[in-house]
Write a protein that binds this ligand. Sequence first.
Ligand code: GLP
Length: 237
Amino acid sequence: MNVLKFNNNEELSTKAAEVIIEKIKATENPVIGLATGSTPERTYELLVEKYNNGEVSFKDVTTFNLDEYVGLDPEHINSYHRFMNERLFDHVDIDKNNTYLPNGLAENAEEEAARFDALIHEKGPIDLQVLGLGLNGHIGFNEPGTPFDARTHVAALVESTREANARFFDHIDEVPTDAISMGIGTILDAKEIILLVQGEAKADILRQVVQGEITEDVPASILQKHPNVTVITDIEL
Ligand code: GLP
């Protein structure tokens, strides 16, 4: 794994936006994998700024998001559909028909997960996948113990993840218990991956991810085996 250390969130977000823009420019019909959470928020703002400055167009870009909560309407204030529309898609020239997230309202969530995985296979491979890191080492919603070869599936959120994400909801009881998440196997199919990690609270887990044993107890540790991963962080390892 290649690790790029920056001084603060602004610098790491600037780098992440640059990597995404370079990939879009260098690739015909680029397929970009996107993440939600607090970490990439500034990166998406910068992409919108750069689009407004004429530095990048998203018209030929296809996107796949990592995950969506089961049971949330796409319009729900905390759905990842809404997050992506408000942070990025509504402000750039992307064709929304080419932006894919799992449908959290599907009648059969397992079937929806399989459909989403097949769609990535059909439209992919993903040229560049953006990842954040959970406090317990999760990527997407692949919690500790998830098999490394898992495809997109229905994932039960562990209590610490629901607690971490409760800050976006009025009450922890409103945080869904399940999500549809790209599996680790699906994520590893991406040609290139950037892992964005911001803030001292994630220093210990990032050290385990980069320098520790490769173990399903630390889902992101498998990234050590991927040939093209760059960690973009403000943490000193
Ligand atoms: C969430 C998401 C992940 C995200 C992670 C970290 O639960 N499912 O995709 O990367 O947790 O989030 P944050 O960037 O807010 O710390």
